[in-house]
Structure formats: C-alpha cells, structure tokens
Write a protein that binds this ligand. Structure first.
Ligand code: PMP
Length: 326
C-alpha cells in the first residue's frame, strides 16, 4: 500500500508518495534507501511520467482536450500513459514491435488503449516512425516521445526527488539510478545538485549497454537480459546529460540475476532486474563512501526499484540464469 491514508477520488491520486525502504544488505553506517515504485497503480515508476506528461501537455495546450497520445513503447511507459490517459479523457495508441512482452500489451489494452504492432525485425526505429506517421494523420494527436521529452525528467524533479528529500530531511549523499531514457536519474540529479552540488550522482547500466560513449570511452556492445535500462543507441538518449553524472557503474546480467533472487529471498522484495542492478550499484557506492574512497555530503545512498518481478515471471526471472529469457 502507498502511504495515502485519506479517501481518494481517482487512481491518479495514488501515483507517487511511494515508500522509501532501506536495503537490508546496505553497509551499516551508510544505508541504501530504495523507492518502491511498484506501489504505483500501473505498478511501475513510469506512472509518474504518464500522469505528469499528459497533465502538463493538456495544461500547455500541446495536447487538446479529448486528443490522442501516440507513443512508440514496449513497456512500462505505455502502461503509465494508459492509466493517465484513461482518467484524463485522452485516447492512447501505442506502437509496439511484435516481439515485446505480451503481458504488457494486454495491460495496455485492458486500460483502454489501442495497440498497433510493427514487425519485430524492423526494430524500435520502425515503431517510432509509425507513431509519427499516425500522429500526422490525426489533427489532435501528439507523440510525447519519452526519450526526448524534458517533461520526462521534470516529472522526477517535481515528484520523485522531493519525496526522497522530505523523507530523509535533505540528508542524501548519493543518487544511484539505472538509465533507460535517463529521465529518472536526470530529474533526480538536477534536484539533488541544486540542493547540494557535492551530491554524488551515479548512472547504472547492464554490461553490453553503450552509455560509456557519453564519457569518451569505447563501449563494448553486447546483448543483455536486464530490462528497462541501458542503451544500444546512445544517439537516442537525448535527455542524458553526462555533465550531471560523476560515475557510471556497469553490472553484468549474472550478478543482477543473483541479486534479484537475493532481494526476494532475504528482503521480501519482489523487484525486477533493473532494481537488482540498482541495488548492487547503490550498495557499492555505499561501501565506497564508508571506506572513504568516495566523498559524499551525507552517509546515505538513494536508488529506485522501478517495478515488480511479477511482470516478468513468464520470462523465468527466478529460474536459473540460463533459463532467464531476459
Ligand atoms: N527500470 C525499468 C523496469 C524501466 O521500465 C525503466 C524505463 N525504461 C527504467 C528502469 C529506467 O528509467 P528511465 O527511462 O527513467 O531511465
């Protein structure tokens, strides 16, 4: 349950104010705290941007009342946008390459959205092009495009970060978050650095992802199973600003898989792979602060657990590493 205690009018009011819970395996003097984002009604962190982007676009007039939102997305963002669209009287259309999770597509449809499939072999690029073609055919449609839309990062600047700072009385030593679009980390980093410019900001990616390219390093591209974070095409990561980031931690899938099981078995945390990668990276940062290898203004580290493992059970997340389909 969320921390909301009064009766609420709409499911949109349950978005945000998620619990902040200590990772039990944190080093003693430097706790790691994780925002449990599966407590949102669409069960992921992307509910925040779904609600925030639509409300802002309606307020600014870029999306007309009763208009249509079209997004190329295979995952949590579609569900988050669909939850918000349904309650804000906006039509939602998602363009999804066929191979992506059937469960997520079913949830988008259940929420009232239309799902249009593009051939898997044409990749995400084709889905993006198709979304723009469809938007041009309608005169009341917009494509929010989370990879480019500053409202994505702004949602975390306006909600996720202040919730964390309130909960910890402003005493945050480091922010650690895996980057898909980079919206979560960028929004939280901007808030953190305004609060205290010495706050450590750490990006996380799976091994095989190419965020290294932003730090003038040669990325070693390869496949990875960790879902929701990482990039194969840094040119699409328009929101990611390396100037706000102190370090990039790369986590191999094997370790993420192990941590996912440990978090469930030892901590009662049914969280998915991006959360497990964040947990490992945040614990590393906490140990470095404890050992004096890293300077941080406070002895605490904050990360996010973006969604629940239940969304990926059919992919075998809790089976052996080899059986995990990713
Ligand atoms: N974890 C999961 C499960 C996600 O779906 C996403 C979004 N792709 C992220 C983490 C990363 O969030 P962001 O896009 O804000 O970097």
């Amino acid at each position: 349950m969320t921390t909301h205690t009064d009766p609420l009018d709409s499911v949109l009011e349950t978005i945000g104010e998620t619990p902040l819970v200590r990772v039990q395996a944190s080093p003693d003097p430097v706790p790691v705290y994780a925002k449990l984002e599966s407590f949102n009604p669409g069960a992921s962190i992307k509910d925040r941007i779904g609600k925030y982007m639509l409300e802002q676009m309606l307020a600014e007039g870029t999306l007309p009342p009763g208009g249509t939102v079209i997004e190329p997305t295979a995952g949590n963002t579609g569900i988050g946008l669909a939850v918000a669209a349904g309650q804000l009287d906006v039509d939602a259309v998602f363009v999804v390459p066929e191979r992506f999770s059937v469960e997520k597509q079913q949830l988008m449809r259940a929420l009232g959205a239309e799902v249009i499939n593009t051939p898997s072999e044409d990749g995400m690029k084709r889905a993006i092009d198709r979304a723009h073609e469809l938007a041009e055919e309608l005169d009341d449609a917009v494509v929010p495009q989370q990879f480019q839309n500053p409202l994505n990062a702004e949602a975390h600047y306006a909600t996720t970060a202040p919730e964390v700072y309130d909960a910890l009385d402003g005493e945050v030593g480091a922010i650690v978050a895996g980057c898909g679009t980079g919206g979560t980390l960028m929004g939280m980093a901007e808030y953190a650095l305004e609060h205290d410019p010495d706050t450590r900001v750490v990006a996380v990616q799976p091994e095989g992802s190419m965020y290294d390219a932003f730090f003038d390093e040669e990325p070693e591209e390869g496949p990875y199973k960790t879902e929701g974070i990482g990039t194969h095409d840094p040119d699409t990561n328009v929101l990611f600003d390396p100037d706000l980031v102190d370090d990039l931690i790369t986590v191999p899938d094997e370790r993420t898989h192990e941590e996912m099981s440990r978090l469930a078995a030892e901590e009662g945390q049914l969280v998915a792979s991006s959360a497990a990668a964040n947990s490992l990276a945040a614990r590393q940062v906490a140990r470095d602060i404890r050992d004096g290898e890293l300077d941080a203004p406070h002895d605490s580290v904050v990360t996010v657990f973006a969604d629940s493992s239940e969304r990926y059970l059919s992919k075998g997340v809790y089976r052996s590493f080899e059986e995990w389909e990713g």
